[in-house]
Design a protein around this ligand. Structure first.
Ligand code: HH2
Length: 280
């Protein structure tokens, strides 16, 4: 979980490639449900420059119903094991369930990415401590099923900052190592367009919390919401690369350490150019 670049010419910012082993993810559901296809996809993302992979078996898109842990396990474990056998990149498991996390850690994952930041399953933080696993603690208001109904904050940046501060303390108190603890504002998770923009604009402030900041803007609906606000048609998730890159570079320049991305090659190219120019 080091923050340094793998080689002097690689981008400073790390890229976490997304491998969704689901029938219903918002942007690529059903494409990689077969384990062999998901494994090939993960290897392709590494070839494109991903520094680590995030493997998920449950969609957390707005409105998604919770999935039984057994089904989630069935989807992700063969993919984690297959990738572990074929690459050296760190593997993260995107889950809210301790039993899924445990099986994925057994199969070779070393990081758990939890959109509930350890609140959904009280067994998760002790498990991470016991295994010495890395942890991504993300902010979400509500649950995926209801989070976009009417998200409300008095001051979204202050509230998310306080939440992340509290989850850092909870993780450390449970015995999770500070060196493996990342935080994430949870773009699109219980947030309106204005909330998402305020959080992205506050990236520098969130980075001051002292733990590496992970940001996931890839293909998210705030891009389409901005198009609609500009009286143009809303793009489909697979058509949001321009907006994704703009938000990614903004977050990277403001101190994000890791970007979670579906489209790794164009993001890496954009980061290389942006970092080279910023260094002049
Ligand atoms: N976004 C998604 C899922 N997991 N985890 C973190 N830490 N940060 C994020 O921004 C984040 C996340 C949503 O993207 P995706 O996995 O492509 O969609 P779905 O949840 O529909 O599978």
């Amino acid at each position: 979980m080091s923050q340094g670049s793998a080689s002097p010419s690689a981008p400073r910012v790390r890229i976490m490639g997304v491998v969704n082993v689901t029938p219903d993810s918002f942007s690529d559901g059903g494409r990689f449900l077969e384990p062999a296809r998901a494994i090939e996809h993960g290897l392709q993302l590494i070839a494109e420059g991903a520094d680590l992979l995030d493997i998920g078996g449950e969609s957390t898109r707005p409105g998604a119903a919770p999935l039984a842990a057994e089904e989630e396990l069935r989807r992700v474990v063969p993919v984690v094991a297959g990738l572990r056998a074929r690459c050296r990149a760190p593997l993260s498991i995107d889950t809210q369930h301790a039993e899924v996390a445990r099986a994925a850690l057994d199969a070779g994952a070393t990081i758990v990415n939890d959109v509930s930041a350890g609140r959904h399953d009280p067994r998760l933080l002790p498990l991470l401590a016991e295994r010495g696993a890395g942890f991504v603690a993300m902010h979400m208001q509500g649950s995926p099923r209801d989070m976009q109904r009417e998200p409300r904050y008095a001051d979204v940046l202050a509230e998310v900052r306080e939440f992340l501060r509290e989850r850092i303390a909870a993780a450390l108190a449970a015995g999770v190592a500070r060196a493996g603890l990342w935080i994430d504002p949870g773009i699109g998770f219980g947030k309106t367009l204005e909330h998402n923009l305020a959080l992205l604009a506050g990236t520098r402030e969130l980075a001051l919390l002292g733990q590496p900041l992970l940001v996931g803007v890839s293909r998210k609906s705030f891009v389409a919401a901005l198009e609609q606000r500009a009286q143009s048609p809303a793009s489909a998730p697979g058509e949001r690369l321009g907006g994704t890159l703009a938000a990614s570079l903004f977050a990277a320049r403001a101190g994000a350490s890791i970007l979670r991305a579906h489209d790794v090659a164009p993001l890496r190219q954009a980061l290389l150019v942006d970092e080279a120019l910023a260094a002049r």
